[in-house]
Design a binder for this molecule. Structure first.
Ligand code: PBG
Ligand code: ZN
Length: 340
């Protein structure tokens, strides 16, 4: 009789034949940055994650680096929002200042990725300049969805990406799902001399309920409508591959599938089909789900073990599906878990 479990007998044997292994150098830690000083504000729906002012961000990144996390992605929470997302590309904007500060302190020893989108900076909370933005026009039509003006939005995305590159970002990551965003940004970066600034496309980004906690954290909840008119429909997978292909053709250095957990099939297909580094975003809702279950188990005194086991299972499955890079709110924790 063939005994398939012969190699499962003990940890050393299991380790010998383990195929998918998490690596700390492949993890990216997300950070929310706000204005102000000495601030580290907890985010209710995401226990363990905070909104930092620049000075406190520096300290936390120092901590992350100490456990081996060398890559981060930044999301900005600006003081002011308007219909045109002006605060997203100002030289002294929240992200621009944070990037400059981080680069001054850590230089090449920290990979700084910036999210390039409008939703955190627009008064309506959508990822683009809207064609139908006036709240007065929607009063009598509550079902009316937001339709972004693709090409007007591209111009703003280019300004944002350039301002991040100027501040010193290593990688800019357009996440608005506008057609042509990677190409427009690549062209502008090259023209302005930022040939070395890389682009990570949020290529296959699905309209997902799993972004809920992020929107609370970033204060980017939409004032009306949803994102289904520009983010992808979760019933489709061929379309995801076309989106990824387009980003690669436009010059993306890294492509992404987001969310990760409900989209492992997309990750697997993308890995098979394309040969650029593939990232997966283990999003806020995926984190919050595990947090709330594990925190509900306090009486068993094993709450932290439950969280660790679930997180490692989820993240390893994302790796097994084919992701090269994983963006996860557990990045720092994983680094500690893997070395302890
Ligand atoms: C901005 C952006 C979002 C996320 C990453 N970049 C929110 C959204 O599209 O609504 C979500 C990340 C997460 O949920 O962890 N467009
Ligand atoms: Zn957005």
């Amino acid at each position: 009789m063939r005994r398939l479990k012969r190699l499962r007998k003990n940890a050393a044997l299991r380790d010998l034949v383990a195929q998918a292994n998490l690596k700390v150098s492949h993890l990216v830690m997300p950070y929310f940055v706000r204005e102000g000083k000495q601030l580290k504000q907890p985010i209710q729906s995401m226990p363990g994650i905070f909104r930092f002012s620049g000075d406190r961000l520096l300290k936390d990144v120092e901590e992350a680096k100490r456990v081996g996390i060398n890559s981060i992605i930044l999301f900005g929470i600006p003081k002011n929002k308007d219909e045109k997302a002006v605060s997203a590309y100002q030289e002294d904007g929240v992200i621009q200042k944070a990037v400059a500060l981080l680069k001054k302190n850590f230089g090449d020893e920290l990979v700084v990725i910036t999210d390039v989108c409008l939703c955190e900076y627009t008064s309506h909370g959508h990822c683009g300049i809207l064609k139908n933005c006036r709240p007065s026009s929607i009063v009598h039509r509550p079902s009316l969805n937001a339709i972004p003006d693709n090409d007007a939005t591209l111009k703003v995305l280019v300004k944002i990406a350039l301002s991040h590159a100027r501040a010193g970002a290593d990688i800019v990551a357009p996440s608005s799902m506008m057609d042509g965003q990677v190409g427009a940004i690549r062209k502008a970066l090259d023209e302005k001399g930022f040939m070395e600034t890389a682009i990570m496309g949020y290529s296959a980004k699905f309209a997902s309920g799993f972004y809920g906690p992020f929107r609370e954290a970033a204060g980017s909840m939409m004032k009306f409508g949803d994102r289904k008119s520009y983010q992808m429909d979760y019933r489709n997978s061929d379309e995801a591959l076309r989106e990824i292909e387009a980003d690669i053709q436009e010059g993306a250095d890294i492509v992404m599938v987001k969310p990760a957990l409900s989209y492992l099939d997309i990750i697997a297909k993308a890995k098979e089909k394309f040969s650029v580094p593939l990232a997966a975003f283990n999003v806020s809702g995926e984190y919050a789900m595990v947090k709330s279950y594990s925190q509900s188990q306090v009486t068993s005194h094993k709450s932290q073990d439950i969280e660790r086991d679930l997180a490692l299972e989820i993240l390893t499955s994302i790796k097994r599906a084919g992701a090269d890079i994983i963006i996860t709110y557990w990045a720092k924790d994983v680094a500690k878990w893997l070395t302890s």
